[in-house]
Design a protein. Structure first.
Length: 126
């Protein structure tokens, strides 16, 4: 039904969301990325800001920090950052993602020690 509504109304895409006995259909027109994929510096800044927020929300839980690390590495590769660039921005850059998240140096060091034990498979499946 979502595809039919999209086609009949001339939209670019549609989503159908069930909730109990009710189904919602949302259609949308042309998708525009903001910032555009060509704006590398703006993408990196947004990525760092969003990642800092992610780490800020899990500063009390080791397991949540581990999942945040996996998300960080997975999302970072999607915007074209190398593993070394990701490690640098996580804790070595000024300001680093962890610093922006409010982590004191000892907590940031624990996160950096943790990432050595995260496998590529764990990152892929996160």
């Amino acid at each position: 039904m979502a595809a039919l509504a999209c086609r009949l109304c001339g939209f670019q895409g549609a989503y159908r969301g069930p909730a109990d006995n009710l189904y919602s259909f949302i259609t949308f027109g042309e998708v525009q990325l903001n910032p555009p994929l060509e704006a590398k510096e703006e993408l990196r800044k947004n990525f760092a800001d969003e990642s800092a927020g992610d780490f800020r929300n899990c500063c009390e839980s080791f397991e949540e920090q581990r999942r945040a690390c996996c998300r960080f590495f997975k999302r970072g590769t999607l915007i074209g950052l190398s593993q070394q660039e990701l490690i640098d921005s996580l804790a070595l850059a000024v300001p680093s993602v962890l610093e922006a998240a409010g982590y004191p140096p000892d907590a940031a060091e624990r996160v950096m020690e943790m990432i050595g034990g995260i496998s590529d498979e764990e990152i892929r499946t996160s």
